[in-house]
Design a protein around this ligand. Structure first.
Ligand code: NAD
Length: 353
């Protein structure tokens, strides 16, 4: 089993489907051999790259040489494609958001149990270094106990593409970038969610949200501000974290940022008042340089397995699946609570999610 090369076929050979072929290139034991897409131009593009272009989904699923199906279509067809693939005996990787509703994912999970194949979601941003850096900072308590964090991504290019601007195929930024940021957030604490408040943004006039601001409170007291924007010509930092002993900032994908924390070796020095605008303030004066330390962000440990290495290990039963379906289900339930809070214009309390 150890040297088996797994054959993969891709359903949906658009932006992400074709990007997966590049991601898989360095993976020794997966080989992409075929593609199915409902768009003839995309099938032609796949054939030109040397992939078998299947005439139909049925033809692909009937091909007994295919071990793995990778689903990279718009979100509304993920459920049916996943179920058909599992029933055909294939292991399945599905792009995020795994489905639009938690009910659809539960349907897939029921078939996964029946068929005993591996089904997982491509939550690739669990491996992003900015996230791993912040998770490491929090886990190792470098600024004491974290009590608040802000995680945001902001651009000024509006909602990209076509189907992402439409509700039926699962468009909107909450289901797009929101899924990544919420998935990351739920890995940061073991605590259950207590309450959610959200404002969706419709600045661009689309039928789906072009961004959102969500305030999430956990039972252990941690609060999180999660924000996605597509109308931000000036953007705020990617991460801002406050702990009982200091604060940390990570500005961008380049991982620039720092920690400022109290110096345990120096007694707190009273701040001197500063002139601020037309007034004087001691409250808002910066902490004294003698009693604080400015430190670089520590590099996090390198993950032991990549997404694909883990997927193969899960098939072979040598490692547990890292992106668990129950975790994806919790993210979808949180998204449903976020939509409900936005619609009701209310804080949803006592969620116990
Ligand atoms: P896209 O529009 O570029 O590509 C989608 C492709 O699917 C198109 O070629 C389309 O013709 C095809 N398609 C549609 N319905 C189909 C069907 N029933 N059967 C077969 N093919 C079908 O979209 P995209 O940006 O590649 O997004 C695809 C998926 O990947 C989405 O779920 C999206 O959220 C996800 N995605 C994930 C990441 C990530 O970082 N994990 C990044 C981008 C997109």
């Amino acid at each position: 089993m150890a040297n088996k090369i797994y054959t993969m076929a891709i359903v949906g050979y658009g932006g992400m489907g074709s990007y997966h072929t590049k991601l898989i290139e360095p993976v020794d034991n997966i080989q992409v051999t075929g593609v199915f897409d409902i768009n003839k131009d995309r099938m032609k593009a796949a054939a030109e790259k040397g992939y078998k272009a299947y005439e139909s989904l049925d033809e692909l699923l009937a091909d007994s040489t295919v071990d793995i199906v990778l689903i990279a279509t718009p979100n509304d067809v993920h459920r049916d494609l996943a179920i058909s693939s599992l029933r055909a005996g294939k292991h399945v990787i599905c792009e995020k958001p795994v489905t639009i509703t938690s009910g659809e994912l539960q349907d897939i999970m029921a078939v996964q149990q029946e068929t005993n194949r591996v089904f997982t979601v491509h939550q690739n941003r669990r491996w992003d270094e900015d996230f791993l850096t912040i998770k490491h900072l929090i886990d190792t308590k470098q600024i004491g106990e974290t009590f608040h964090l802000e995680s945001r991504v902001q651009g000024a290019n509006g909602i990209p593409g076509d189907w992402r601007q439409v509700k039926a195929p699962g468009g909107g930024m909450l289901l797009d970038w929101g899924v990544h940021l919420l998935d990351q957030l739920l890995l940061i604490t073991d605590s259950k969610i207590d309450s959610v408040w959200t404002e969706l943004s419709f600045i661009l006039g689309t039928e789906v949200d072009d961004g959102f601001t969500s305030f999430i409170k956990f039972k252990d007291g941690l609060t999180a501000l999660i924000e996605v924007g597509t109308t931000n010509y000036v953007k705020l930092p990617r991460w801002y974290v406050k702990g009982t002993e200091g604060s940390a900032i990570l500005r961008d994908w380049d991982l620039s940022g720092e920690i400022v924390r109290n110096n345990p070796d120096v007694a707190k020095v009273e701040p001197k008042p500063i002139k601020a605008g037309q007034g004087l303030t001691k409250t808002m004066a910066p902490p004294s340089e003698e009693s604080t330390l400015k430190l670089p962000l520590e590099k996090p440990p390198v993950p032991e397995q990549s997404f694909y290495e883990n997927f193969i290990a899960a098939i072979e039963g040598t490692s547990p699946q890292l992106v668990k379906n129950e975790e994806a289900l919790r993210v979808l339930r949180l998204i449903e609570a976020i939509f409900e809070s936005a619609e009701k214009r209310a804080v949803l309390n006592d969620l116990n999610l």
